[in-house]
Write a protein that binds this ligand. Sequence first.
Ligand SMILES: [Zn+2]
Length: 212
Amino acid sequence: MRDSLDLRQTVIATALDMNALGINRGKSGNVSARIDTGLLITPSGMPYADIAPDDVVAMGLDGSADAPRKPSSEWRFHRDIYASRDDVHAIVHTHSPFATTLACLDRGIPAFHYMIAVAGGTDIRCAPYATFGTQQLSDHALRALAGRRACLLAHHGMIAVGESLKAALALAVEVETLAEMYWRALQIGEPVHLAPDEMDTVLRKFEDYGKP
Ligand SMILES: [Zn+2]
């Protein structure tokens, strides 16, 4: 997609929606969208309500940025995901409370519920901890996202990706919902996990779902 006022406004609206939907608080999360020349990403350290379209930072896939604002400190994993995943056109990163609680215990989300397939596989992995903004964190995130559209980041938060900002945001909400249900189940005990055969069936159904 081309860099445009519309797309910049959608990036800002998605960041605001994260907070309105309760999956992010303050300005800790960040949002990006793929453009022909690289990506558009929310700026570093600005409350979302104060971000104007010109504050959204256009970056090249080489990491160059040409804007008055600095890109989000997490630009590396956004850049690296676009560089290595042709299927990804938008990325939402948040510190949503339930997903982050599990991530603080170094726990991913297993197939305790069939909807786990929404992220593309039989589980949602938790990437090992690395300092925010580092290449190491980006490397860990990319590995945890292999064959998936979402992952948790240990002691940090989560990443959801998609074909559009709308899809990435909807997935982030779904992952947070699954994290909350898993967390609730864990208060009673580890829930039984669905068998790999059953998850294969669900994943096949998801591939067909919504197709004519
Ligand atoms: Zn973060």
